[in-house]
Design a binder for this molecule. Structure first.
Ligand SMILES: NC(=O)c1ccc[n+]([C@@H]2O[C@H](COP(=O)([O-])OP(=O)(O)OC[C@H]3O[C@@H](n4cnc5c(N)ncnc54)[C@H](OP(=O)(O)O)[C@@H]3O)[C@@H](O)[C@H]2O)c1
Length: 236
């Protein structure tokens, strides 16, 4: 298939697994994160160090032509509404929404150039907590709700050249969620909450992102895909 991809947050977790899944099919993968994380050197991978919460980000080093981009940075800041300060909401918005806006504005010229023979593709990440009322999730649910709104808006604004979709995971075993997997008892208790009997693995989400990046999903835009072990729709 080929093509150039930019993965924001490809150094750990779901983004890292996506980079690994793209290696056999991509021409070049640019990875942007604050640290190298667990990303290993590879001839197709170009690393960039950047913090999406910083002002005035420079995207001049990404390729002139890009066929797909994914924004992975996110937060799990679980506290009661009473314990949350307005600054916590601002911090969650900075990483989940405003960082994504900076990233997409930086990549837009290259994404437009990538949409010649077929559409280019944008993939965002939400959470099951944006569509389900989960206590202690007010701050992240509000920020991810904004990400879902941005997804649908940009899907309309950028059609028919650029497709924009979003994935809404439930609990997935990554560095971000490591505290929920701290003991076998915790893992078992979490798994029992899911209709499919287990929590998510990075590959569950990365394979969905990969699908949304490729022409296999060429008639999909403006969608929020629940990849959540059945949590958002199934009752046992
Ligand atoms: N894991 C879950 O249970 C779960 C559940 C629901 C939704 N999600 C969503 O799924 C997405 C991926 O989550 P994940 O679990 O794979 O996260 P993760 O393990 O924390 O990985 C996030 C990636 O983003 C980078 N990153 C984080 N903050 C950044 C910043 N300010 N600037 C630049 N890079 C930054 C990290 O690298 P550096 O630290 O090196 O910068 C890392 O590469 C997130 O949007 C998350 O909200 C995850």
């Amino acid at each position: 298939m080929g093509g150039n991809f930019v993965i924001a947050g490809g150094s750990k977790g779901i983004g890292l697994e996506l980079v690994n899944q793209l290696m056999p099919i991509a021409d070049r993968i640019d990875v942007i994160s604050r640290s190298h994380g667990q990303l290993v050197d590879h001839e197709k991978v170009v690393r960039h160090t950047m913090d999406f919460t910083a002002p005035n980000l420079d995207f001049s080093e990404i390729p002139d032509v890009v066929h797909g981009v994914v924004y992975c940075p996110g937060t799990i800041n679980l506290r009661s509404f009473r314990a949350l300060k307005p600054a916590d909401f601002v911090a969650d918005f900075e990483v989940n929404l405003v960082g994504a806006v900076k990233f997409l504005q930086g990549c837009l010229p290259a994404l437009k150039k990538g949409a010649t023979e077929q559409t280019s593709s944008v993939v965002m990440f939400s959470t099951v907590a944006a569509s389900q009322g989960l206590s202690m999730h007010a701050s992240v649910a509000a920020a991810k709700g904004a990400v879902e709104g941005l997804t649908r808006s940009l899907a309309a604004e950028w059609a028919p050249k650029i497709r924009v979709n979003c994935i809404a995971p439930a609990l997935t075993d990554t560095p971000l969620a490591s505290r929920f997997f701290s003991s076998p008892e915790n893992c078992e208790a979490m798994a029992a909450k899911y209709p499919l009997g287990r929590t998510g693995l990075p590959t569950d989400l990365a394979s969905t992102a990969r699908f949304l990046l490729t022409s296999e999903s060429s008639w999909m835009t403006g969608q929020v895909l629940a990849v959540d072990g059945g949590m958002s729709t199934v009752r046992k």
